[in-house]
Write a protein that binds this ligand. Structure first.
Ligand SMILES: [Fe+2]
Ligand SMILES: [Fe+2]
Length: 279
């Protein structure tokens, strides 16, 4: 078995990352059914009370910043869209792992999500919450490597420290594949929509993305901005190189740049001590 096949096999049967297989497979059945409504989807999720209360706490947090209180799951689906709710349901346990085992990466992810939301709104992207959610989980591959392949993970971190190279280069050497690709495999395994799995897979080489180039570009630029800002910790000290074609899709001048940085500064201050409060 090649290393890639071995990693894919592990993703099918995650051992250290808790998943919610039953509810996810039910959600997957529903999404293929055009007749599905927010109410019927809400009912499925609401059968699980613990999950429902976690979900409602998340959607009511300062993270999404809706002025009115969202009191039911169907209401959340109407406001945030099915893709966002499904992703939050599927990944809620990953957030718990991230918050408890790698707070730097958690903050990096939150920062990227905040930045991506700001850029998506300014560029008039439909459903900016979806872009924020994709940014929130863009480095999910790193969580998987750390939790599921701890020996490989420590080899990767050794390389990062001793040779002073970016984490993704070390991943390539040790695993033959980078965290973006692993995150994309996992999101496909969970049947997350392409709109989320493509940005995850291509955030370090946005020009290769087969679709959703504007969203991929937003996440690529957000990742770089947040690393340059020094908010959270992405695993190494390197700010990834900016892809010029991605930049040309969403570029901003000095004046707008200043406005964006101001907005971001405010949002990051709000998020500094924020956890998804999943307990
Ligand atoms: Fe990354
Ligand atoms: Fe990142």
């Amino acid at each position: 078995m090649t290393k890639n096949e071995e990693i894919k096999k592990r993703l099918k049967n995650l051992k250290s990352l808790p998943t919610l297989p039953t509810i996810v497979s039910k959600l997957n059945e529903i999404v293929d059914d055009d007749e599905a409504t927010a109410i019927s989807l809400g009912k499925i999720i609401e059968k699980d009370q613990v999950l429902t209360s976690k979900l409602l706490r998340m959607v009511n947090s300062s993270f999404f910043g809706f002025p009115q209180r969202i009191s039911t799951v169907s209401n959340a689906i109407v406001l945030l869209g099915f893709n966002v709710i499904k992703t939050l349901v599927v990944t809620s346990s990953i957030f718990e792992v991230m918050q408890s085992s790698d707070i730097g990466l958690w903050e990096h992810s939150l920062g990227c999500a905040a930045c991506a939301g700001i850029l998506a709104r300014r560029r008039g992207i439909n459903n900016p919450e979806e872009v924020s959610t994709a940014a929130l989980i863009h480095d999910i591959g790193k969580v998987v490597i750390r939790a599921e392949m701890p020996e490989d993970y420590s080899k990767i971190m050794d390389l990062v420290l001793t040779r002073d190279i970016p984490m993704r280069k070390a991943e390539e050497e040790i695993l033959g594949v980078q965290h973006g690709e692993i995150g994309k495999w996992l999101s496909m395994e969970w049947n997350l929509p392409d709109k989320l799995s493509i940005p995850i897979g291509f955030h370090h080489h946005p020009d290769d993305a087969p679709d959703f180039k504007d969203i991929v570009a937003i996440i690529h630029v957000s990742d770089i901005l947040i690393r340059a800002w020094g908010f959270g910790f992405g695993g190494d000290k390197w700010v990834p190189p900016l892809d010029h074609r991605a930049w040309s899709l969403i570029k901003f001048g000095k004046k707008e740049g200043m406005e964006i940085l101001e907005e971001l500064d405010e949002k990051l201050a709000e998020l500094k001590n924020f956890t998804m409060d999943l307990a």
